[in-house]
Design a protein around this ligand. Structure first.
Ligand code: FAD
Length: 447
């Protein structure tokens, strides 16, 4: 069944005919071109140090094909940006699900993180000169970029802890400090760092101390010390860098939006980005379900005289996986619709729900598929082990689950406590008066 006929009923009314056509093209491009190319991409990367200088030719071939099909910069939502392909967050969300099934598909369509978030920052907050210099080549897919917020020496899930110093000296800013988990910094095409640091560390408002500044990756004083692994995977050529800044000088014009506006920028950047991650994660889980179905029907690998599909417990895994992923998809699409109807700020609750729920659900589904493969599931013969490792990081990247849960619960509690307590009290009083009016005594309760 084509993807456009598989759109959940509650989302159908919000999807244009043009988006439906594009969705079908995305599905075909991913299934027929990108997934088969994933293995070649890995081979073309080579081994050892070469993995950090290689640029697999298959990627450029796929980029050319994607552009011809109109599958380019699909992510920039039409109600906030004029630079993108003109889809809503919901429409792109449906497409991102398919992109999440393949390693190369997001970059082949110029929809890969962290460039997507960085392009949103430049499109939304950049001035004309910044857009000309950096947004144009990013939109063209000729360079890549990284977002540098997290630091090795502080608990970075609380971004007020960020220490990197950005001091003004004449017509320059001077940067000193360290960053790590700078995703994308390993790629030789990564030309731009968006760096968050402190321009005003003594400001009494802890949310006005930070700024974001554009730093060309070849600026003197920058040292990329190493690339960090993810459960043993190097994630080359993208990589996650540990980088230091020693008296790195950039012109004052490189500051984005203005001093003290860093928090505003990261909040604007992370909202829709989390939806993108969540939808790609749904796609990863769908891929795991496909591999699960393939294994349980593999007649060569029977156990106890039967294919796995004849074992009730395994069928239950399939049923649960189907239900859980279908439910998780609705949560993400709901968040996307909410962003489309207002903005990310109006959808904080829905975005947090998707950010926490979807990776946890997908991990359960992927884990079931791994289990169904036995030992084969943990090695390189299926995409499952790598999918699990990638998705596991989402429970930490963009802020750990605990932080989102805490904020979600605080908002829910603040918004509802007065109304709920008053309502329950009124119901109790009414119940008591009904009892008394009908000749019953009021039962004792410690509440
Ligand atoms: C694969 C990957 C890619 C990443 N890419 C980037 C990137 O491109 N750019 C970038 O800047 N960063 C990136 N990060 C870093 C990521 O944003 C941080 O790891 C994250 O914000 C958490 O910060 P921390 O690691 O310093 O953990 P800490 O702040 O030290 O937190 C550690 C743990 O403490 C617990 N915790 C924290 N706060 C609370 C709370 N309020 N209540 C209960 N428990 C709590 C959580 O369990 C949390 O996992 C990436 C991380 C990964 C794994």
């Amino acid at each position: 069944m084509p993807a456009s006929e598989n759109i959940p009923v509650i989302a159908q009314a919000y999807v244009s005919d043009r988006a439906k056509k594009t969705l079908d093209l995305v599905e075909e491009f991913v299934e027929k071109e990108c997934i088969p190319a994933d293995t070649l991409f890995e081979k073309q990367l080579g081994t050892g140090e070469a993995r950090w200088t290689a640029h697999p030719p298959i990627l450029e071939e796929l980029k050319a094909k994607a552009r011809k099909l109109g599958l380019w910069n699909l992510f920039l939502p039409r109600n906030h940006y004029r630079e993108g392909a003109g889809f809503t967050n919901l429409e792109y969300g449906l497409m991102a699900e398919y992109l999440g099934k393949s390693r190369v598909a997001p970059e082949a369509t110029n929809c890969a993180a962290p460039d997507t978030g960085n392009m949103e920052v430049l499109a939304r907050y950049g001035n004309e000169a910044q857009k000309r210099q950096w947004l144009t080549p990013l939109l063209e897919g000729t360079i890549r970029s990284a977002f540098l917020m997290t630091e090795p020496n502080v608990g970075s899930s609380d971004a007020t802890n960020i220490q990197l110093s950005i001091k003004r000296e004449g017509n320059q800013y001077v940067l000193n400090g360290q960053k790590w988990w700078s995703s994308g910094a390993g790629d030789p095409r990564c030309k731009l760092y968006l760096v968050m640091g402190k321009t005003d560390p003594t400001n009494p408002d802890p949310y006005r101390q930070q700024s974001v500044i554009l730093v060309p990756s070849d600026t003197p004083g920058i040292t990329v010390h190493r690339m960090l692994s993810v459960y043993g995977y190097d994630d080359a050529p993208h990589g996650h860098g540990h980088i230091s800044f020693h008296n790195v000088r950039v012109p004052v014009e490189n500051l984005v939006l203005g001093e003290g506006r860093g928090f505003e920028i990261i909040q604007g950047r992370l909202g829709p980005g989390r939806i993108h991650h969540a939808m790609r994660t749904i796609g990863a889980a769908e891929r795991a379900i496909e591999w699960l179905i393939a294994r349980i029907n593999d007649d060569r690998k029977r156990t106890f005289g039967q294919p796995l599909s004849a074992h009730g417990v395994i069928l239950e895994w399939l049923a649960r996986s189907r239900m859980e992923i279908d439910a998780a998809r609705l949560v993400v699409l709901n968040a996307a619709i909410k962003i489309d109807q207002g903005d990310a700020r109006a959808a904080l609750k829905e975005i947090a729900e998707a950010k926490v729920l979807v990776p946890q659900t997908a991990l359960t589904v992927i884990d079931r598929a791994i289990q169904a493969y036995g030992a084969a599931g943990v090695c390189q013969d299926t995409p499952l082990a790598n999918l699990w490792a990638q998705i596991r990081t989402l429970r930490i990247a963009d802020g750990p689950d605990e932080v989102h849960l805490q904020q979600l619960a605080k908002r829910e509690n603040r918004a509802r406590r007065a109304e709920v307590i008053a309502k329950l009290e009124a119901q109790r009083k009414k119940a008591e008066s009904l009892l008394v009016a009908n000749g019953f005594s009021v039962p004792k309760s410690h509440l």
